[in-house]
Design a binder for this molecule. Structure first.
Ligand code: SF4
Length: 467
């Protein structure tokens, strides 16, 4: 057990997150100086007591570098993301390019000041430069719209999202409330001059809806929101067991130009283990059907680090998916969150699979680059195996605009439905304010008026005020 005391800090959160990259929570304790002073001397565990920041620096990165270097020596690990624990390293890459004046100087800072490996520094710089080349900075009155459908046929082992398994009549009740919110948002956008740059219908699994429900919902979106300047419209088709030719036709008919079919793995046994009620052949058929109705961009999600998978299994999944010819492939690292069933089975899962996941991500970068894909967005989450990353790749210049904007945090996001978290962007302060909807779908239905009032007060009235 290590007992760390960090001097001259008041909040230990960031430091604890960094230490967690090296050690499991059972292996260490962190104290601020004042917390430590409150422990009676006779109760102090002095044998493994280590003090950081003896020189009382106020530079957080300086203290983190000390911790990184100490723990690298102790554990023999050199985590490739260095001292970075945040979710949006690409944003930092942009800030450093602005500050340093060149990509090469920014790279130097990432490696020296943030202890990133050359591979990770190159990855985020390349991603940032590509984003700028394709989409640049958003118009101040443009918004991204997210519409949540919080239902799935069954619950996956690692799921920590809003996903409910309910009767059809419950879905109908939900859709009625959702349409009320869509109509309200569409009207207030027109009144305040906001316009959608991208729309993303996600979940859960939106294709849990019947083809009639999907058709009706998409028609309602078209009728309620002015889509004349909209650049991209995504529907997450998610699980192959929910995709039918009729649903895909409905999606195509309403101008949706991007769908996401999420195999996660092409190994039959893994699909069973993670609780998906479909087989690899269903995924192949879903892709064939989507190509048949000519959806312009198809994304495929895969996950590195799934239970019992080896790097060879993962490489096999990538190989099979490339044969299905998606335009986008998003490589996720398995995040074992507190709300998932997986964490109940093994709370240290993400530590045990760190090396294996690292190898898988290296494979994905090599294989996808070779196949003509480029990284266009990237983010990290807590509790990821090996503290790694999620990377969105695309070919033929088809990056997902919505994904880029969400990570950039320079655009207002209007999130509709249960669990949606809207974000009001204040350009002058370069700041976002979160405006959440409730995540329980039944409470969402019963408090729909309140959800709309929150948006009106915190977004539309603010835009009217000229913020
Ligand atoms: S498809 Fe996604 S949202 Fe649905 S249960 Fe699986 S992980 Fe959760």
């Amino acid at each position: 057990m290590y007992n760390f005391v960090i001097k001259n800090i008041s909040n230990k959160y960031d430091f604890t997150e960094l230490i967690k990259v090296f050690l499991t929570p059972d292996e260490f304790r962190v104290y601020t100086e004042s917390e430590f002073s409150e422990i009676r001397p006779e109760d102090r565990d002095t044998c493994d007591l280590i003090f950081f920041n003896e020189e009382l620096s106020s530079d957080k990165n300086h203290i983190k570098r000390q911790i990184y270097s100490f723990l690298s020596e102790q554990t023999g690990k050199r985590p490739p993301w260095g001292i970075l624990t945040g979710v949006r390293p690409v944003k930092l890459a942009g800030e450093l390019i602005d500050r340093a004046g060149s990509v090469s100087d920014a790279e130097k800072m990432l490696e020296e000041d943030y202890c990133l490996s050359k591979e990770k520094a190159d990855l985020i710089l390349e991603t940032y430069c590509y984003q700028q080349e394709i989409y640049g900075i958003p118009d101040p009155l443009s918004v991204g719209i997210y519409i949540g459908i919080p239902f799935c046929p069954t619950r996956c082992l690692y799921c920590s999202f809003t996903s409910n398994q309910v009767e059809g009549s419950e879905i109908e009740r939900y859709l009625e409330a959702l349409k009320t919110e869509i109509a309200f948002v569409g009207r207030r956008m027109k009144e305040t001059g906001l316009w959608p740059e991208s729309i993303y219908i996600g979940g859960g699994t939106p294709t849990t809806l019947s083809s009639e429900q999907l058709d009706d919902l998409l028609q309602f979106v078209e009728d309620s929101i002015d889509l004349s300047r909209n650049i991209e419209f995504t529907v997450e088709a998610g699980r192959a067991d929910t995709i039918t030719a009729e649903k895909l036709k409905a999606i195509k008919r309403h101008g949706v130009d991007r769908i996401s079919i999420n195999p996660q793995s092409m190994k039959k046994k893994t699909l069973e283990l993670i609780g998906r009620s479909h087989e690899p052949k269903d995924i192949i058929e879903a892709f064939q059907a989507a190509h048949q109705v000519e959806i312009p961009v198809i994304n495929a999600d895969v996950i590195a680090g799934l239970p019992e998978e080896t790097p060879d299994d993962f490489a096999g999944t990538l190989e099979s998916i490339l044969k299905l010819e998606p335009e986008n492939i998003t490589v996720h690292t398995l995040a074992v969150k507190r709300a998932s069933r997986l964490v109940e089975l093994d709370k240290d899962y993400h530590y045990k699979h760190a090396e294996c996941v690292k190898e898988m991500l290296d494979i994905s970068r090599n294989v996808l680059t070779e196949a003509g894909f480029r990284p266009y967005y990237l983010y990290r989450q807590k509790h990821m195996a090996g503290a790694m990353e999620n990377v969105g790749y695309c070919r033929d210049n088809t990056p997902c605009l919505y994904n880029i904007r969400i990570m950039e945090e320079r655009q207002t996001i209007l999130a509709l439905g249960a669990g949606g978290i809207s974000k009001m962007y204040y350009p002058d302060e370069n700041r976002l304010e979160r405006i959440p909807n409730v995540s329980n779908y039944e409470i969402y239905i019963s408090r729909i008026d309140e959800m709309m009032e929150r948006k009106d007060k915190n977004i539309f009235m603010e835009v009217k005020r000229g913020c």
